[in-house]
Design a protein around this ligand. Structure first.
Ligand SMILES: Cc1cc2nc3c(=O)[nH]c(=O)nc-3n(C[C@H](O)[C@H](O)[C@H](O)COP(=O)(O)OP(=O)(O)OC[C@H]3O[C@@H](n4cnc5c(N)ncnc54)[C@H](O)[C@@H]3O)c2cc1C
Length: 375
């Protein structure tokens, strides 16, 4: 649905005023995940791009606070100067992803395998609720167990609970070096077994991904170069076909996964939560049904599917429904955000009404006539 107007506040007070001025608001950053910025109703787009910059950075505490519209790329370069980084591999950084949009869409890249997802690094936020109240949720320190852990709830909320104005993250020391190894397999089933075995060994790999089109597993190690080499030698005793990947080629490969551009440019990219056991049959079923490019991340916990036509998207939804999977359209021109849409739970509706009693922010259950409510 077309937007009425676009508002671009440059302070937290202006953001609050902009929200209170409209009946329906869709809060956005740089709209790098365009399907997630849609609403089924007429609305005002409120962009937080003007709210940008690091507010507080404490390298010795391993935390920083920044405005929600800050590009993740800017944060990465500030952290890098002090030898620190965000290990969950934020996605679409080159495309212009903001911190707020990264939290609200709940996207984490291959690094989530070892260090956890964005949920584990997001500590707190200053946010504006539907009635204009400005609240602080969570905290600005790593060790904080006070009160409800509302920040975790904001991960993946897609802007439905309020407008994040300021966010706090914890960070990690940047690894000294990185090495990537590849391993060809006969099938997705074999990949699943090999990945599961590698995950439980002492190697503590940084990322384990599987590229379905080439039937190749990619293992990433991060640490001192000689340690990486020792681990690679040990892994070779388990997997004889293991090959080192040239550093430049590896960098290009991991970047294409983080930027979701390993596929043809016009594709719709769908995120499908999975498990190491489930992904082989899911990949095979999609393969048989439609032309799709598939990439498996997080040792099997996410399948990314790129499809190029609306018809293929419909068929993908049928496959997901048959296999009891869900899909979230993250990039490209998609008419619907969800594939095999989950029913809205009563608690989800109750929480949304508590945050936003007047219904100022978009509501997925209101904009999807086929959405049902379950307890
Ligand atoms: C006065 C006080 C102030 C606090 N302030 C904060 C705060 O500001 N922020 C905050 O985040 N937390 C705070 N805490 C919580 C506290 O820091 C955490 O509970 C603590 O870090 C967790 O300790 P633990 O890992 O030993 O887990 P526990 O809570 O002791 O146990 C967790 C689990 O591990 C098991 N376990 C624990 N030790 C062993 C062992 N040696 N061998 C086998 N199993 C074991 C237990 O059986 C249990 O299943 C505070 C606690 C106190 C008492």
């Amino acid at each position: 649905m077309n937007n009425d107007t676009v508002s671009q506040p440059t302070s937290i007070d202006e953001l609050r005023d902009a929200l209170l001025c409209c009946d329906k608001a869709v809060v956005v950053g740089n709209q790098t995940k365009s399907p997630l910025c849609m609403s089924g109703e007429p609305h005002t787009t409120v962009s937080v791009r003007g709210l940008s910059g690091v507010v507080q950075y404490e390298p010795s505490e391993f935390t920083f606070t920044a405005y929600a519209g800050t590009p993740v790329a800017d944060v990465q370069s500030v952290l890098s100067e002090r030898g620190q980084y965000l290990p969950f591999d934020p996605m679409l950084v080159r495309a212009g992803a903001t911190l707020g949009g990264t939290i609200a869409s709940g996207l984490s890249g291959p690094g989530r395998f070892r260090y956890g997802s964005i949920r584990d690094f997001f500590l707190g936020a200053k946010m504006i609720l539907g009635d204009g109240t400005i609240v602080n949720v969570g905290g600005k320190v790593v060790k904080n167990a006070a009160g409800f852990d509302i920040p975790k709830f904001l991960v993946g909320c897609c802007g439905e609970f309020g407008a994040m104005a300021e966010v706090t993250f914890k960070v990690f020391p940047k690894p000294i070096d990185s090495a990537t190894l590849s391993l060809r397999c006969d099938s997705a089933e074999q990949a699943s077994q090999w990945m599961a075995t590698a995950a439980i060994r002492r190697w503590e790999l940084d990322a384990i991904d599987y590229h379905h089109a080439t039937s190749t597993i990619y293992f990433r190690q991060r640490g001192p170069r000689d340690t990486n080499q020792a681990i690679a030698a040990d892994m070779k005793t388990q997997y004889a076909e293991l090959q080192p990947v040239d550093d430049v080629v590896a960098e290009t490969f991991w970047s294409s996964i983080n930027e979701l551009d390993w596929h043809a440019p016009a594709a719709v990219i769908v995120k499908i939560p999975s498990t190491p056991r489930q992904f082989p049959s899911l990949c095979d079923a999609i393969d048989q049904a439609i032309p799709a490019s598939l990439h498996v991340s997080g040792c099997g916990s996410v399948v990314w599917a790129a499809v190029e036509s609306p018809d293929s998207l419909q068929t993908l939804e049928t496959v997901l429904t048959q296999q009891s999977h869900r899909g979230l359209c993250v990039r490209g021109k998609a008419e619907s955000l969800h594939l095999n849409r989950p029913s809205t739970t009563k608690i989800e509706m109750a929480v949304q009404r508590a945050f936003d009693p007047s219904g100022r922010f978009k509501r997925q259950f209101a904009s999807h006539p086929h959405g049902t409510v379950s307890s």
